[in-house]
Each structure stands twice: as C-alpha cells, then as structure tokens.
Design a protein around this ligand. Sequence first.
Ligand SMILES: NC(=O)c1ccc[n+]([C@@H]2O[C@H](COP(=O)([O-])OP(=O)(O)OC[C@H]3O[C@@H](n4cnc5c(N)ncnc54)[C@H](OP(=O)(O)O)[C@@H]3O)[C@@H](O)[C@H]2O)c1
Length: 293
Amino acid sequence: MAYIIDGKSIAEQIRLEVKSNTEVLISERGIKPGLAVLLVGENAASQVYVRSKEKACLEAGFHSIVLRMPDTVSENEVLNIISTWNNDNAIHGILVQLPLPKHINEMKALLAISPQKDVDGFHPENVGRLVIGLPGFVPCTPAGIVELFKRSKIDLAGKHVVVIGRSNIVGKPIANLLYQKKPYANAVVTICHTGTGDIRKFTKQADVLIAAIGVAHRIGADDVKDGVVVIDVGMNRIADLSTKSGTRLVGDVDYDSVMPKASAITPVPKGVGPMTIAMLLENTYRSAAGEVF
Ligand SMILES: NC(=O)c1ccc[n+]([C@@H]2O[C@H](COP(=O)([O-])OP(=O)(O)OC[C@H]3O[C@@H](n4cnc5c(N)ncnc54)[C@H](OP(=O)(O)O)[C@@H]3O)[C@@H](O)[C@H]2O)c1
C-alpha cells in the first residue's frame, strides 16, 4: 500500500514556517514581505485563486495588494501598474494572474515584471537561471513538487522520472529541475506529450511519474510499474451527482487503481494543489529577505 504524500499538511507546515520567519524579519530588520497581485477581468477561477493568495498573504503577516481591473484596461495601463510596483520598495513580489484578456500580450506583461520580483518564476531570465542551475525564482507548482520530495525524503538520484506534460508552468520547469546535479534531483528525466504516441511505453519504465496533463484519470494501473512514486498535478472537475455542487475535483491519475501499485502517491485534492500557494509565500518571503539572488 502506498505512502500517501500529504501535501495539505506539508503546505500548512511551510506556511507556519513562513509566518514565523516573517515575524523575525519584521522585528529584526524592519522588512515586511509585500506581494502585489494584478487581476484583470471576471474569470471565475482566477478570482478564486487570487482570493486564496490574498488570504494566505494576510495570514503569513505580509503586506498584500490586490488590484482588480476591468477587462477593458489597456495593455499600457497594465504595463504602467507593473512598472510602479517594480519601483515600490514595499513590494517584493509581483504576480499577474493569467489568463489576461486577448488584447493584452501576456508575454509583454511577464517581461515587464522585474526578474528580482518575479515570484511566479515565469520571466525568461528566471527560466534561464533555472535551466542552467543558477539561483532565481522557481515557478511555484514545480517548487512545491520538489519540496514534497524533500520533506517526504524521496531521493531521486539516478531514478527514472517520467514527466507527462510540457507546459511552461509545470512540465518544462519540473523536468529541468529534476535533472540538475543537485540534492533531491540528479534524476534521468523523460518528457512525454501529445506527440509521444504510446506514452505507456515510457510510463511503465518510470520510477517516478509526474502527471501534468489536464485529462481526468488519464493514467491507470496498467500504465505504471509496481513501486512507482506518483505525483499527480492534475486538477480536473468531473460530474458527480452525489456532491452538493454536482462536480468533484480529480487528478490526471486514477487514484483508486494506481494507489495499490505505488510506493508513494499524492492525492487530489490535498496533494500538489496546496503546495502552490505555500511556495508563493516562500518565494515572496525569500525575495524580501534577500535570499533569492
Ligand atoms: N496543483 C496545482 O497547483 C496546479 C498548477 C498548475 C496546473 N495544474 C493542473 O495540472 C494540469 C496540467 O496543467 P498545465 O497548465 O501544465 O496544462 P497544459 O498547459 O494544458 O499542458 C498540458 C500538457 O499535457 C500534454 N497532454 C495533454 N493531453 C495529453 C495526452 N493525452 N497524452 C500525453 N500528453 C498530453 C500536453 O501536450 P502538448 O504540449 O503536446 O499539447 C501539454 O504539454 C491541469 O489539470 C491543471 O489544472 C495544477
């Protein structure tokens, strides 16, 4: 039976550590970590994410700014807001909630964020730093996955890690992190995607399988070998009439069938999901404390 990697309680632990480190940072150096979030438009999921981030910041004792703009805001206004925050010493992290409305170029907005305040780690400078193993901001979900390995004492050295998905926010950064010659990495990494064809050929060889696909229950028991470690990043809503909302959150992995074969597995929910906000807090704290670059 698999060891269940409890992302919820690991994330809570990290949030408590950030809160207590923040108290010390404020009392000893007079620095209060500040996170500024720009939310454009009415996207329901984005509104939920931003509310959670705001609440988490306040709980950690941070200075929190959330600027909500209508989707009629111009690209120039967005760039001006980011520029003001880049020059504000009370702000150590800047986050532009994606997606942006079509008339605003997302890459232009991400490029406008100072790499020194890019706590999402999406700026090409931080992406490049990650790839060549230099210090910098690591995107929150991949950073959270590495933290799950560390705190569960799962050593990846020499292991075959198969990542399914090559998005800029999950697949590419986690693959790049795990082949680095560093502790809790140094793995052999394979990346699968829609061009792979028979992904089972690869998933069956995985000592560690990371699913960041966005397809409910895409990975079943027949896709994995005995003893695999499974990290399920997927967050997919499926119909479930037994719940009040009529839907239920499930991962990319069919948990019930894969769990008995796995040596360790993250559940959905309460696995990778809670780690993302915890690492956003951690990134913002480390930015304020001058620990990133
Ligand atoms: N827990 C969290 O905090 C968190 C954070 C971010 C994302 N997520 C969740 O993680 C999942 C992935 O997110 P994402 O942003 O990385 O998604 P994405 O940008 O849609 O990327 C999905 C990737 O999976 C690949 N893929 C899709 N269907 C496939 C299939 N049938 N076989 C093989 N590969 C396939 C795609 O390949 P191509 O490149 O060839 O299209 C793509 O690279 C989603 O469920 C999302 O909600 C969770």
